[in-house]
Design a protein around this ligand. Sequence first.
Ligand code: NAD
Length: 291
Amino acid sequence: MTILDGNKISDDIKAEITREVELIKSKGEKVPHLAAVLVGTDGASMTYVNSKVKDCAMVGFDSTLIDLPEETTQEKLLKVIHDLNTNDDIDGFIVQLPLPGHIDEHEVLMAINPDKDVDGFHPTNVGKMTLDLPAFISATPYGILELLERYNIETSGKHVVVIGRSHIVGRPMSILMSQKRKAGNATVTVAHSRTVNLKAITQQADIIIAALGIPEFLRGDMVKDGVIVIDVGITRVPDSTKKRGYRLAGDVHFDSVSAKSEYITPVPGGVGPMTRAMLLKNTLLARKWRL
Ligand code: NAD
C-alpha cells in the first residue's frame, strides 16, 4: 500500500509556482493577484480563506481579503463582485461558499467574470471543461487529476467509481476521468444518494473517488484487493481528546480500506492540500491568460 502524499505533491507544485513567480518578478512584470471574498463568520470558511491568503504569500502572489459582515445584502455583494471584475490589478478571485441563506448563490457565481473565475464554478468554465476546451477546472477535481498523474497511476480503461454528484467535486470529477487525458480515459460510474446496492458497484471498482461527506462511509468490505482510493471527504467529527474539540474525518474508513488498497489518500494530507495548491495554479493561469 502506498500513501498518495498530498502534502508532498502540493509542496512540489507550490515550489514550481514560486519559481515562475520569481521569473515574472525578474522580468519586472506584475505578479499574480488573488482576491477572496468572505461573507459572515463561519469557522470553517474563515479557516479556508485565511489559508488561501497565506498560500498566496508563500508563493509570492499578491492577495486581498474582502471580509464582509453576515448581513451583507445581495446587492452589496454583487457590487463587490463587479468591482473585482473590473479591477485590472486582480487576476482572479473567489467567493467563499457557503454564503448566508439570504444570498442567492447562483446569481453570485453567475456575476463573476469567467476569465477571473479561478474556482471554475461559472457555467462558462464548466461548459468549456466539459468540451475539452482550456478552462479553469475547479481546484478539488484538478488536484485529484494532478495527484493521479504525478504518481503515474494508470487510469486508462480502468473502472472509476465516483461517489457523489455535486457540482464542485463529483460531477466534474466524473466528466474529467472519462475524457481523453493522462489521468482519464476511464470507464466511469457515478454513484449518489439514490444509488441502489452501492457495495456491489464499489466492489467492482479499480479506482474509487469518495466525495459524499459521510465520515468513514467506505469500508474494507466494499472494495476489492488492489483498489486505488481517493478520499475527498472532510468532516469535523467531535473529539474531546483534541484541543480544538474535533478531528477531521474522511469518507473512507482508512484502516480497513487501506489494508486492501494499492494506493490511498489520507485525511488530512491527501486531497485537501492539493485543492489549495490548484487554486494557486489557477491564479497563475489567470495571470498568464490575461496577458
Ligand atoms: P455535497 O453534499 O454537495 O454532495 C454530496 C454528494 O454525495 C451528493 O451528490 C449525494 O448524492 C451523494 N451522497 C450522499 N449520501 C450518499 C450515499 N449514502 N451514497 C452515495 N452517495 C451519497 O458534498 P461535496 O461538496 O461534493 O463534498 C463532499 C465531501 O468532500 C465533503 O465532506 C466536503 O467537505 C469534502 N470536500 C473536500 C474538499 C477538499 O479539498 N478535500 C473539497 C470539497 C469538498
